[in-house]
Design a protein around this ligand. Structure first.
Ligand code: SF4
Length: 274
């Protein structure tokens, strides 16, 4: 019987995605010899795709590294962790399901009107860090794709007043785990097509706000889709901008080094674009 891996060998899309992850690994030094990667698998299209790509890379890479899948069960009734476990195990990867009572904690602690997702995501991230450490994994791979990076950049500019997106590789706040995002060059559109092509067994998280959350992010997506009609390369350009920062042409005094023998120029008279 043909396995999914056999089928993927003939897939041009899979090769394209594999190339993108390989480029990200090379550009940001995401994986080193001897690494043990904890791969966060939620049962969604992004994390399944990332898991398959990292496993493929593991088989081909010149350096040896290991991967373990971790799924956090937040306790939302109906969340089919059995489907995730079966799929991951069928790929020959160990799957660790972390059972939690997050749903009860959120129901008790959440203030009326406050965001469900922020507390849920924070609790989940804590469990992922803990599980990664327990399993001896030095890195945690998260399935954010290039659209997530761009949308986050816009969200922070529009609603937070901050010029900030995400990092492809950074030490987490716990000071122990390095968070990596191997899908930084992978578009959501390609992931959707791949998910269909490979018939990935996507499962719903079954949380109370599933499909209704992240209204502002959906607005950013819609805005980008609109703009893309006139500016076809807008997404590429915005992603490129994240690795082409000119601190002297921003307004954050912390980034501007003082010239030798004098104070940094605080003039507001310079013409735009200089
Ligand atoms: S969509 Fe649901 S599962 Fe996802 S972070 Fe929000 S509350 Fe949690």
């Amino acid at each position: 019987m043909k396995t999914l891996r056999d089928e993927l060998k003939g897939s041009r899309l899979f090769r394209k995605l594999r190339h993108g992850v390989g480029r990200a690994v090379a550009d940001f030094g995401l994986i080193e010899a001897g690494d043990r990667l904890a791969v966060a698998v939620s049962g969604g299209k992004d994390s399944y795709t990332m898991l398959l790509l990292l496993d493929e890379l593991r088989r081909r890479a010149p350096v040896a590294f290991e991967i373990e899948a971790i799924t956090v069960d937040s306790g939302y009734r109906g969340f089919r962790t059995d489907i995730i476990e079966k799929f991951v195990t069928e790929q020959g990867i160990r799957c660790h399901v972390e059972r939690t009572s997050h749903f009860d904690i959120i129901s008790e602690k959440r203030r009326p009107g406050s965001s469900y997702c922020s507390i849920c995501a924070r609790l989940k991230r804590g469990v992922l860090y803990g599980a990664a450490a327990r399993l001896g994994c030095n890195k945690l791979a998260l399935g954010h794709h290039s659209d997530d990076f761009i949308e986050t950049l816009l969200l922070n500019q529009f609603f937070v007043g901050s010029l900030k997106a995400m990092s492809a590789c950074m030490l987490a706040d716990n000071g122990v785990t390095t968070v990596i995002r191997p899908l930084v060059y992978t578009t959501e559109a390609d992931i959707i097509s791949f998910s269909r092509e490979a018939a990935l067994p996507v499962v719903c998280c079954c949380c109370p706000v599933c499909g209704k959350a992240d209204v502002q992010r959906k607005r950013m997506k819609k805005l980008l889709n609109e703009l893309e009609k006139d500016i076809p390369h807008i997404r590429n350009s915005m992603l490129k901008a994240l690795s082409n920062v000119h601190p002297r042409h921003l307004l954050d005094g912390r980034l501007v080094a003082a010239p030798p023998g004098g104070a940094a120029c605080g003039s507001l008279t310079g013409a735009a674009g200089e």
